[in-house]
Design a protein around this ligand. Structure first.
Ligand SMILES: [Zn+2]
Ligand SMILES: [Zn+2]
Length: 344
């Protein structure tokens, strides 16, 4: 992969960059851009507040065990500030549920067919109007285009559970994230982790951020995987802007306090962990830092290799209970690569 595929300056990103007062890198010619690449911002370099978010939630409107008011109250009581209700093929009337401390986002999970004959795509659609219907016979791309047309955003759900390959994931353009963790798929079927699928998209040059979700159906499956969003405020516009910009990290427990690349060194700070890993786009890639027996670590630093520097790096934090957090990948800055190459 050409590491320049991470450096994207579309109008959308330029708008976010202005909002978040961040620069996103050098210009790139159109033919170097991946058609699906959505370059995300590093939340640890943005101004704003952290908000705990649930992006994939079912209620009795489809096959969940409690109704919308009960589900929203459950999440609110658990300290969530943002909840997207995403019932299968159906939206909900969420008027009256949001206030200055809580944002309810209307959404839907849609299931268009794959072209390869593999099981249907599962697409979590956020920020839909209500009422709103999608034609179930639409081709996957048409469906995504319809969602985008009304101001919605799409996240590719649980690719491991649906037995999808990069081929199926590549059929659609325009989604802005992928589930790296889906609690229901893990609890019921042991297929909740999407990290290998995620890395494949990254290696293809699609700079996708990743979310963790509950995909809650039964109230026993709540608050297992969530996404921490850094946004300028809790208004719908600010939150959707942060989601579109990838200004977040995913977690099942650990807190990430900082993640950055500076002067050729990648560094992370987190809540107490037994292991911190850096993952990147090279064969054999993966750099692991372990706490000593019975102890924990709260940071890790790694000097980027001078031999074949990576194009992107992301971090994983694992706590004593075996719970993960995942940062979104950062592109290795061009000046860092230049320095590394010059120092050889
Ligand atoms: Zn699903
Ligand atoms: Zn679902």
């Amino acid at each position: 992969m050409d590491r320049r595929t991470f450096i994207k300056t579309t109008g959308v990103v330029a708008a976010h960059a202005a909002v978040f007062s961040s620069t996103v890198g050098a210009k790139q010619s159109p033919q170097q851009r991946s058609p699906q690449a959505v370059y995300h911002l590093n939340p640890f370099e943005q101004q704003g507040q952290w908000y705990k978010a649930a992006f994939h939630v079912h209620t009795t409107t489809s096959d969940g065990d409690v109704d919308v008011p009960t589900r929203l109250a459950q999440y609110r009581d658990l300290g969530y500030a943002i909840v997207a209700v995403t019932d299968h093929w159906k939206t909900n009337d969420l008027s009256g549920f949001s206030d200055e401390k809580f944002l309810a986002i209307n959404g839907m999970e849609a299931h268009p067919q794959t072209r390869t004959g593999a099981p249907a795509h599962h697409l979590v659609c956020l920020n839909l109007p209500h009422p709103f219907e999608l034609d179930r016979k639409l081709q996957a791309q048409e469906l995504v285009d319809n969602v985008i047309q009304v101001g919605g955003k799409v996240i590719y759900a649980h690719p491991y559970w649906t037995a999808h390959t990069i081929e199926e994931m590549s059929e659609i353009k325009g989604y802005i994230g992928v589930e790296v963790f889906n609690a229901v798929c893990q609890i019921r079927w042991g297929k909740g982790f999407g990290n290998v699928h995620w890395d494949q998209t990254l290696n293809k040059g699609w700079a996708l951020p990743a979310v963790a979700t509950d995909d809650v159906h039964s109230s026993k499956e709540i608050d297992v995987g969530w996404t921490m969003i850094k946004a300028r405020g809790l208004g719908k516009a600010e939150v959707m802007e942060a989601i579109a910009a990838g200004s977040y990290y995913a977690s099942c427990g650990p807190t990430v306090e900082d993640f950055h690349i500076k002067d050729g060194v990648v560094g992370i700070q987190s809540s107490p962990a037994v292991q911190i890993r850096f993952q990147f786009d090279r064969a054999g890639g993966g750099r692991v830092f372990n706490a000593k027996e019975g102890q924990t670590i709260t940071s890790a630093q790694w000097k980027l290799p001078t031999n074949s520097p990576p194009g992107w790096i992301r971090a994983e934090v694992i706590d004593r209970q075996g719970r993960y957090a995942w940062t979104n990948p950062l592109p290795v800055p061009q000046e860092t690569v230049k320095k590394i190459i010059e120092s050889k």
